[in-house]
Design a protein around this ligand. Structure first.
Ligand SMILES: [Zn+2]
Length: 184
């Protein structure tokens, strides 16, 4: 006897890296793994990520750059196939998601503000030309956007904005409904 298997019971498992025997919830799930879980514990994974932050980020950047189309395609496909399930999940977890969003926005206030400022700056031209034309040629879509925006405004005191929501508000404020939200 020896190795990992003898320590892997219904409730515990030995980490391949640090060798500690831990309860199963100390391991991330992994569909490809032999036991449906990673062979390395969460702590070790976290440590690895911290120690290799730069290298991992660089690899991700490279991957995203080289696979832009494929990633977009895949996420579109995933959304289409799981639309119903995603909608249900959001419906069932509304409160939790809103809470998480609130916490995230709170903790990242400055970063988000900076991001918005930059985004706004970089997309000035696009906003002023393209979208106004779009609104004119797609009155139905603009009305839908208008309603969406009104709903957003109604929820403002209770729900902090995600960058996407902010963008919706901001865009429309400038393009279609001149200045309605100024003051918010
Ligand atoms: Zn470990």
């Amino acid at each position: 006897m020896g190795g990992v298997i003898e320590f892997t019971t219904k409730d515990t498992k030995q980490c391949m890296k640090c060798g500690e025997v831990k309860s199963l919830d100390a391991f991330n799930a992994d569909k490809r793994g032999k036991y449906g879980q990673k062979s390395v514990c969460k702590d070790c994974e976290r440590k690895y990520r911290q120690e290799n932050k730069e290298r991992i980020a660089e690899r991700m950047r490279k991957y995203r750059k080289e696979n832009k189309e494929r990633i977009a395609e895949r996420s579109r496909g995933y959304y289409e196939e799981n639309k119903e399930r995603i909608r249900e999940y959001h419906e069932e977890n509304k409160e939790r998601i809103a809470g998480r969003k609130r916490k995230y926005n709170q903790e990242n206030k400055e970063r988000i503000a900076e991001y918005m400022r930059k985004y706004h700056e970089e997309n000035k031209d696009r906003r002023n030309g393209y979208s106004r034309k779009y609104a004119k040629e797609n009155p139905e879509a603009s009305r839908r956007a208008h309603r969406k925006r009104r709903a957003l405004i109604r929820n403002l005191p209770h729900q902090p904005l995600t960058p996407q929501q902010y963008e919706i508000l901001h865009r429309q404020k400038h393009e279609i409904f001149g200045g309605i939200v100024s003051g918010n």
